[in-house]
Design a protein around this ligand. Structure first.
Ligand SMILES: N[C@@H](CCC(=O)N[C@@H](CS)C(=O)NCC(=O)O)C(=O)O
Length: 220
């Protein structure tokens, strides 16, 4: 199998978490120009949406959308499970992915767009509004995040693969916008963030994403 992805993007990171945890070997391909809307070239034939991740199976079929890919991997390679067996806990894993995708990532979107422009074009009102929106979305997470070292329950799950790259952006990228420290406003999320860094697989994801982020910010 081939995973089309970048180390900077949070969506492929949740797929890599599954691959690492389940010991699945795939070829990693970083499509050139993925973060440039005009330069995706032949990658559009792999994923007509022009986004990463995409997983190409050995028979050539291509799966897109990180949640769909993760579900496919979970069903095809059930061991070790990254979805809890208890239906309530499974619903909490899905809920955390939805809070992340629908609220936290969407709240960050205006800042992703600003980050692609020179700082002279940054609009302080837009930044303040976006940071407030992110703060509110983290309030939602604060209610549902687990308190036992993992996003849900006492074991690594798909929800951790979703949250790790997002919280890394909150901790290491949001400071460029000079707002308040949003993690300290959310003690349960902050405690989770400290705890999850002790999980070997999540530590690897944190390291990979952090290196890619530093490169993108021109500091590595
Ligand atoms: N809903 C998609 C989102 C994927 C996505 O938006 N990926 C971004 C990187 S974070 C991308 O490829 N962006 C390229 C573009 O929008 O041109 C998923 O979960 O896979």
């Amino acid at each position: 199998m081939k995973l089309f992805q970048t180390y900077l993007s949070p969506f492929p990171t949740r797929v890599r978490m599954m691959l690492y945890a389940k010991g699945i070997e795939v070829e990693i391909v970083e499509p050139s120009g993925i973060h440039d809307a005009t330069a995706k070239g032949t990658y559009m034939a792999v994923n007509p949406l022009g986004r990463v991740p995409a997983l190409q199976l050995d028979d050539g079929r291509v799966l897109i959308e990180s949640e769909v890919i993760c579900e496919y991997l979970e069903e095809t390679f059930p061991e070790p499970p990254l979805m809890p067996s208890d239906p309530w806990q499974r619903s909490q894993v899905r809920l955390i992915s939805r809070i992340s995708d629908i609220y936290i990532v969407m709240a960050m979107l205006p800042l992703f767009i600003l980050a692609g422009k020179p700082t002279s074009a940054w609009n302080q009102n837009k930044i303040t509004r976006a940071l407030k929106e992110i703060d509110t979305s983290l309030d939602y997470l604060e209610v549902y995040i687990g308190g036992e070292g993992y996003a849900v329950g006492k074991a690594l799950s798909h929800a951790d693969g979703t949250l790790v790259p997002i919280l890394l952006l909150v901790e290491q990228w949001l400071p460029v916008f000079r707002g308040a420290d949003l993690l300290t406003n959310h003690p349960k999320v902050q405690a989770y963030w400290r705890a999850i860094a002790r999980d070997k697989i999540c530590a690897k994801l944190i390291e990979e994403t952090s290196i890619a982020l530093k490169k993108s910010m021109g500091s590595a």
